[in-house]
Design a protein around this ligand. Sequence first.
Ligand SMILES: [Fe+2]
Ligand SMILES: [Fe+2]
Length: 300
Amino acid sequence: MFDVTLDYPVYSLDRRLLLPTGTALMEEDLYALMSSNTTENLKQIPFMQFETVREDILLFLTQPPGDAVFSDEEDVAEVMALMDHVQFTQPILDSVQYFREYDPYTYRHILMVFAYSTLLSKDLIPHYRSRIWEAATGPLHDFGKICVPVEILQKRSPLTREERNNLEHHTKAGYVLLCYYSQDIGNLAARVARNHHERRNGSGYPQGINLDDRLVEIVAVCDIYDALTSKRPYRPVSFDNRSALEEITMMAEKNEVSWDIVQALVAHNRQRKTHFTECNVSMEKRGIPPPNNVYGILID
Ligand SMILES: [Fe+2]
Ligand SMILES: [Fe+2]
């Protein structure tokens, strides 16, 4: 069971306080919170038809490195078909709209993680229905960032320890919020929101567990890949594709992430789309990470 104390409050998108700082989060707190959600609309709406989501995804897939990963038309068609099944309730769509308006980095990021993780699910998840469930977690993995001040999300200089803690709170907040909105404590998207920064060797956060959950790990790998290859507020120049794949390969070498997920990502980056089980990941490190990368550097 997820048994932690909240270091920051959890707010709904309309700024209602759901749980205050210091809440020692137990199962009964979550059930009480979920049952307090009597007003939320549970009607499901197709995500791809929401605002400009479909055209934005199609545009992002033409930009590097998405254009290389999605160079196969059949892949794109299959991924779009899977994504077309994904439906969300209105409060979830409101959060996507919030990022679109106030934090375009996160908006682009959640759509790219949606596309990448749906693509990898084709290789790594056997059943079509499960792939749709997996796909539906991609746009929601950073849901908890609605509780992180936009000034922190968009800060260009190194984060202080306090700001970093506040940013890391998005995992716990995302879990609480997705349990609340879905009214389902076993919700896969809530689990992904909570654990996508955990690592197999226990070096992640918020709990430092040994992540052993493929569905979460697929999103985690896609999350890292998109974060590295995108311009970020704290890093105006992104990692080139080779350096990014090398960083992720090093993470597999340290047992932070699984080899076969890295293989699948690398296979889609090759011009000849070999099956991932036949893809030899290069151990050579020739990439040059970008200069002035302040991610992970703390000032107190
Ligand atoms: Fe995250
Ligand atoms: Fe993310």
